[in-house]
Design a protein around this ligand. Structure first.
Ligand SMILES: [Zn+2]
Length: 329
């Protein structure tokens, strides 16, 4: 398998793909090692929303990191994060399935809580910062349950979310926020880093705002996982163009090492439901892009029920996610 891959010119390669004329692409170099030379990896689309565009992922010839190159500039990526974006979606009425939907959403927050309690018992003295906090349900859960001091960072669309005023909220890019140094006991990044345009600056920022004995918990999709092998370019973890980097275990850990973090534990799973990747990956493979949540919600829960015995073993099956728990060295 150690075949030497051909280096490509990303912008030239991009010209061969079909895209709206308004898109302005910018070339980037490897986020880990800075190398410019890269080979073709895959062409991805926004399968989740079905928006138009074809996006190129390349592999660094030097360190093997897989990243999107070229990418859209920040001002153009914003249109892919409109109010339809799933992490920000706060629909209330799913008819007869409403309680099941709400249970699934709150289960996600409970699973984050559970994961964290392997390493730390949260309490009133815990200062928690959630980077990429979206509508803030995880933070509110942690305050309701443990009375943690909660703050969050994200971009916001001007909508109001229930309970959001209880969060010390910073709007915009994480590393540009006036968050005090040495102030956080726990920094969480749930599916933030793979969206980040500058993961190096974000990790540096995380190190600065963490207390010396603080914890950093980061979850991202895992490229070298079973669901990627099954779905390839239709893998939900591609989520182009929002995902800037597709982290393998190796490149994920390398980034932690690069920024002076000691990895307390690496988990081949996370709080995000792996079933979501199994379901949506199958859907994209069979029906193409554009997922209508209204139409699929029943088959979604039915499939989850049928796959329950498999999902019991998700922590050892390397299905889709990975999490690192770090301290400052
Ligand atoms: Zn590299």
């Amino acid at each position: 398998m150690a075949m030497k891959k051909t280096a490509i010119h990303p912008l030239e390669e991009m010209g061969k793909l079909e895209n709206p004329a308004r898109f302005r692409f910018e070339e980037v170099s490897c986020y880990y090692c800075g190398e410019k030379a890269c080979s073709y990896f895959l062409t991805g689309e926004d399968d989740l929303t079905g928006k138009e565009g074809n996006f190129l992922y390349v592999q660094c010839v030097s360190c093997g990191m897989v990243y999107q190159n070229p990418r859209l500039p920040l001002d153009q990526i914003k249109e892919f994060y409109d109010s339809e974006y799933i992490a920000h979606r706060k629909k209330k009425d799913w008819g007869i399935l409403t309680p099941l939907y709400e249970w699934a959403m709150s289960k996600h927050d409970r699973d984050k809580d559970k994961l964290i309690r392997r390493y730390l018992q949260p309490g009133p003295d815990t200062r928690l910062l959630d980077v990429g906090c979206a509508v803030g349900t995880f933070l509110l859960h942690m305050q309701d349950k443990y009375n943690c001091a909660i703050s969050g960072v994200d971009f916001k669309d001007g909508l109001s979310y229930p309970g959001f005023d209880r969060i010390r909220f910073y709007e915009g890019l994480f590393y540009e926020q006036p968050i005090p140094e040495n102030s956080c006991d726990l920094v969480t990044m749930w599916h933030f880093l793979e969206h980040d345009y500058d993961p190096n600056r974000s990790l540096e920022m995380a190190r600065r705002v963490m207390k010396k004995d603080g914890l950093l918990v980061i979850e991202v999709p895992r490229l070298d996982s079973l669901t990627f092998r099954l779905f390839g370019r239709k893998w939900p973890g591609v989520q182009a163009p929002q995902h800037t980097v597709l982290y393998s275990k190796k490149s994920f850990l390398a980034m932690m090492e690069k920024h002076g973090f000691e990895v307390v534990e690496y988990l081949p799973w996370g709080a995000f439901p792996p079933y979501f990747y199994i379901f949506t990956g199958t859907y994209f493979k069979l029906f193409g892009k554009g997922l209508n949540l209204n139409r699929i919600i029943f088959p979604y829960f039915l499939g989850q029920f049928l796959l329950t015995p498999v999902l019991w073993f998700h922590k050892v099956l390397n299905l889709s996610m990975q999490t690192v728990v770090c301290r400052v060295k």
